[in-house]
Design a protein around this ligand. Structure first.
Ligand code: SF4
Length: 491
């Protein structure tokens, strides 16, 4: 996905500043890029800390002044002593003071300077992110922000501390303006992800915004599909669900975290237990929403039964895609504070999969993670869950005109994708029988998209699980290890 934060900052900088935007997930900044710049602005999440340090080294070597903002530095500024300027918090008064300071001089300061936002810029005053500075065709999924903040206080989550508990919102017209901007690029992705941590953080606002989205889709012949993240109590909002279905929301990521009610209470995520979990998942499915689930292993409440309960959850929920992580303690969370008090934070880089001293033995927890990943992504089971979705979920999606998606580029991509899926998954893989069983069911119902999608996603997930079992994948999407292993870091 295109990085929303940097695109927003790029748009917010004074018009007289020339901006060159580089996403190092796509391509590296070159020596010529560094030479061109007066200032290098960097942003990233905790997982990207090694890359952030690496960019700092390269920029310093080129003699540039460096500025760091974004989620990681806002949570843990002490991790980045090498930067000249730190921007802490969201866009707001701290950003304005930083810009004024840099407008005065781009000479390096004598000591690191920090600018912290106390007064956030209201989202309705956000400029249109600088989508014009990126090639959207390079991305699988587009990204868009609607609210910021979340009213809940889950123990492990840094969102309430970083972005507040009172969700702040963009106006519906801002959303449609952003979509118009994306549509200007013929190669834009066909799926746009609402990156908000909780799409229903403010239900009234979500309910009011969705009709604008539906209207926009109708007027443009439905060129896009949407995905978002939300809490499981979305299942109690039939009106919102119906509007989401009409707007073409196809997937919702839900931080289910654990099927164990006691564990949910301990992590202060009781809202996930507000109604029976399976019932809630089936309700979302009945509105055409495929649920993707976040799962955390290594909780203090884990017992010898956790593994079997989780496997049972996979079978009963029929959720195809689960992101299965080990618990990580993020700075500025109640979890971090509790573990710090208990002396259970691992602060040295010991090459471990988590910075938490688990109550159960480390080896036992990591071994459980491997067995759970192997179980979830066993090809036979995975395709059986996809096959279930054909009737339970995909069949409930609204039929919409395909005109908006009928571009030469989309057709060409579909042909290439279809060829690759048939070749690599349908003919050459050792799980081709399972694939065809699920794909046949989708094709019988005319769900060509779904058949291709399940082939593509399953190929990736099966590959991932095989690497995990060989020990080549790390046990948390929040750990720096995988990036450090896959990308050479500057000496
Ligand atoms: S509901 Fe989600 S975003 Fe909100 S505090 Fe909990 S984990 Fe964080």
């Amino acid at each position: 996905m295109p990085p929303q934060g940097l695109l927003l900052i790029a748009a917010y900088l004074p018009e007289s500043w020339l901006v060159r935007f580089i996403d190092e997930n796509i391509t590296e900044a070159t020596a010529a890029d560094f030479n061109w710049a007066d200032l290098v602005f960097v942003s990233g999440m905790h997982i990207q800390a090694p890359q952030i340090h690496d960019i700092a080294k390269r920029a310093k070597r080129a003699g540039k002044v460096i500025v760091l903002g974004g989620a990681s530095v806002s949570g843990a500024p002490e991790l980045y002593p090498e930067f000249d300027y730190l921007h802490i918090g969201e866009i707001g008064d701290g950003t304005d003071r930083l810009i004024d300071c840099l407008d005065e001089s781009v000479a390096p300061p004598l000591a690191q300077m920090r600018f912290e936002t106390k007064e956030r810029l209201p989202l309705c005053d956000f400029p249109l992110p600088a989508y014009n500075l990126v090639h959207l065709e390079h991305y699988l999924i587009g990204s868009l922000q609607f609210p910021s903040g979340c009213p809940y206080r889950c123990e492990f989550c840094d969102i309430p501390a970083l972005y507040g508990r009172q969700p702040r919102l963009k106006a519906p017209e801002q959303i449609t303006d952003e979509l118009n901007e994306m549509l200007k690029q013929p190669g834009h992705p066909s799926v746009v992800y609402f990156v908000d941590d909780n799409f229903i953080g403010n239900r009234k606002a979500t309910r009011e915004m969705l009709p604008y989205l539906i209207d926009w889709q109708r007027r443009h012949d439905y060129p896009l599909q949407f995905a978002c993240e939300a809490t499981l109590n979305l299942a109690k909002q039939p009106e919102i669900l119906s509007l989401m279905r009409q707007a073409q929301f196809l997937t919702v990521f839900v931080g289910i975290e654990t099927p164990e009610v006691d564990a949910l209470k301990a992590m202060r995520k009781e809202h996930n237990a507000a109604l029976p979990m399976m019932e809630a998942i089936k309700t979302l499915n009945s509105y055409g929403l495929e649920v993707t689930s976040g799962i955390i292993l290594g909780l203090d409440t884990d017992t010898a039964n956790t593994e079997s309960r989780f496997k049972e959850f996979i079978d009963l929920s029929e959720i195809p895609i689960l992101t299965i992580n080990l618990l990580q303690a993020l700075p500025r969370t109640p979890l971090w504070d509790r573990l710090e008090r208990a002396g259970r934070l691992i602060t040295d880089d010991m090459g471990l999969e988590s910075n938490v001293r688990f109550l159960r033995s480390y080896d036992e927890v990591v071994a459980m993670w491997r067995r759970c990943v192997a179980y979830a992504y066993d090809p036979e089971r995975l395709f059986a869950r996809f096959a279930y979705q054909v009737d339970a979920t995909y069949a409930h999606r609204m039929d919409v005109p395909v005109r908006g998606k009928l571009t030469i580029r989309n057709l060409r991509e579909a042909v290439v994708l279809g060829f690759n899926i048939v070749l690599w998954v349908g003919l050459l893989s050792n799980y081709r029988v399972s694939f065809w069983r699920a794909a046949r069911r989708a094709l019988k119902r005319g769900q060509v998209d779904a058949a291709l999608g399940m082939g593509l996603v399953a190929y990736h997930l099966i590959q991932f699980s095989r690497e995990a079992l060989r020990g080549d994948q790390n046990a948390s999407f929040y750990s720096a290890r995988s990036r450090a292993l896959t990308r050479p870091i500057a000496p």
